[in-house]
Design a protein around this ligand. Sequence first.
Ligand code: BV8
Length: 241
Amino acid sequence: MASDLNRPVGNIVILTGAGISAESGIDTFRNGGGLWEKHRVEDVATPQAFRRDPDLVQRFYDMRRSAIADKQPNAAHHALAKLDREWHGERRDLLIVTQNVDDLHERAGAKRVLHMHGEALSALCSSCGSRHPWRDDLQHGPACPSCGEQRLRPDVVWFGEMPYGMDRIEAALRKADLFVSIGTSGAVYPAAGFVAQAAQAGVPTLELNLERSEGSDWFDESRLGAASRIVPEWVEELLGG
Ligand code: BV8
């Protein structure tokens, strides 16, 4: 079923990836060759890697967590936060589903944010399952504030683990009037499959990315450029600015 990008937009689902944080100085996964200390990210971000070498994995996330501290949201994060503030009312839902584990959407002021791959600034207890805001290192084995076990791990979704919020994401996609993907290569599922789900339901789909992605053929429209420029332009267009 053809979709119409010009029909009045109501409920919006936005998917963001590492590309929206690139201009804030946070490395993406695949432009640096996806390597960290000569390890492929896919080899470190797994439960098997954590069982095999917990210190290596903890160090990887301690580095990522401390690298976020001095980064600032960029114009793309601020534009989405403005949309979040102004897009309210009858059939004006908005959900920002981010694959990113940084907190730049929130620090720009966005409220309706769902971290489907978890958050670097959170710790998860492998023993009792509790989650805790966390800014320090985890590699020195702090005890879980809830159960006291020495079992805190990074609260991120590794390959092979169930992403957070899938029910909420599916519900939002089912009632979406527009699906927008920003700064993602479309390489990681199930996030990379959201555009196909929207397109097959006849929902208009828009991609805002630096370059064509693995999912570009699914989008009604792909606008290529730096997020800090093309995201504010799109938000102003949508808000009739
Ligand atoms: C799961 C957290 C079962 C940790 C990450 C089919 C169906 C389901 C699963 C699979 C499937 N096929 C394979 C799988 C398994 C696997 C998978 O997808 N593997 C890949 C490698 C093939 N998926 C999983 O294991 C997932 N779990 O499947 O559970 C299930 C199944 C169905 C339904 C429910 C459950 C879990 C995956 C989560 C892994 N964790 N991160 C951490 O961060 O360390 S993934 C990691 O990759 C990050 O979250 C990252 O965000 C994500 C995707 O990368 P991108 O964000 O897109 O970043 P990338 O660098 O790739 O691209 C950046 C883009 O930005 C580029 O296009 C670039 O051009 C652009 N860009 C750069 N600069 C700018 C810019 N754009 C604009 N402006 C700029 N300035």
